[in-house]
Ligand binder design. Structure first.
Ligand code: AMP
Length: 288
């Protein structure tokens, strides 16, 4: 059976009603397109969870705080649709901006605290844009489960919170980061790196992994994060926006590893902003 393509919320609703009447459950995978193996791992996880899978493709202007980043965002709907069809996705929902934000649109979903530090501090308004569009997508598709990558760990935390706070009856599922063979986290923005920068890019994953292991082995957090930051700059990154250990659940700063934590970073390479994060768990170093 071939994949359906929907452009309007009305088409999505009609199809969802049809599936519901047949007793089928539904999972959604929100994306901005330019699909890679990271996105496809979310799709495969969704296929394992629900009978019907909807993938959404919408480059959401309200989450871009930088006009150039929005203009340069890679777009190739035909290639994306072909990849999703090959994964046996049931529906691709690819609305235009007017369908998502009709004239008079005036509502913002804003998740306080979790949205404030890290990427939120450097991308004003970004998480309000994400929270608003994801809330709409969850309500439009009435999904039982929604899949998001740990690659965007703060985003995943914000979405878990908003689903809980707004009583949206959906299970939010986080999926581990898919990496290139050299460790670089897959991202639609990686195609914008020059050849030389692409060879430097894995330094972020290496620095985070090494610092995370050092912290697990008992090194003081500040010393490990400072060394990682210096390492990134030495390897060609130009500006480290943040490189911090945070609580895995609340995203509060962590100065001593006592509960599951996450080491997160954002830095610029070759005019491209890259982010990554790794888990840092207490009790591991002493067990080694
Ligand atoms: P995007 O199209 O970049 O908005 O990403 C759509 C979804 O794919 C988000 O939930 C991302 O966290 C997830 N994603 C992006 N890159 C990866 C990756 N390398 N591994 C796993 N999930 C990813």
């Amino acid at each position: 059976m071939s994949m359906k393509l929907a452009r309007s919320v009305a088409e999505v609703r009609a199809q969802v009603n049809h599936w519901r009447a047949a007793g089928d459950n539904i999972a959604v995978v929100p994306t901005m397109g330019a699909l890679h193996e990271g996105h496809l791992s979310l799709v495969r996880a969704a296929k394992g969870r629900a009978k019907r899978v909807i993938v959404t493709l919408f480059v959401n202007p309200s989450q871009f705080n930088n006009a150039e980043d929005l203009a340069k965002y890679p777009r190739d709907e035909a290639a994306d649709a072909a990849r999703l069809e090959a994964e046996h996705v049931d529906m691709l929902f690819a609305p235009d901006v007017a369908e998502m934000y009709p004239d008079g649109f005036a509502t913002t979903v804003s998740v306080s605290r979790l949205s404030e530090g890290l990427c939120g501090a450097h991308r004003p308004g970004h998480f309000d844009g994400v929270a608003t569009v994801v809330t709409k997508l969850l309500l439009q598709t009435q999904s039982d489960a929604a899949f998001f990558g740990e690659k965007d760990y703060q985003q995943l935390s914000v979405i878990r919170r908003l689903a809980r706070d707004l009583d949206i009856p959906v299970e939010i599922v986080g999926v581990p980061t898919v990496r290139e063979a050299d460790g670089l986290a897959m991202s639609s923005r990686n195609v914008r790196l020059s050849g030389a920068a692409r060879r430097q890019a894995p330094a972020m994953a290496e620095a985070l992994t090494a610092a995370g292991a050092a912290i697990e082995a008992g090194q003081p957090v500040a010393a490990a994060t400072e060394a990682a930051r210096a390492g990134l700059l030495k390897e060609g990154y130009s500006d480290v926006e943040y490189l911090e250990l945070r609580d895995a659940e609340t995203l509060e700063p962590v100065s001593k590893l006592e509960r599951p934590a996450r080491l997160l970073a954002a830095a610029w390479l070759d005019g491209v902003r890259l982010i990554d994060n790794v888990a840092v768990l207490p009790g591991i170093g002493s067990a080694r």
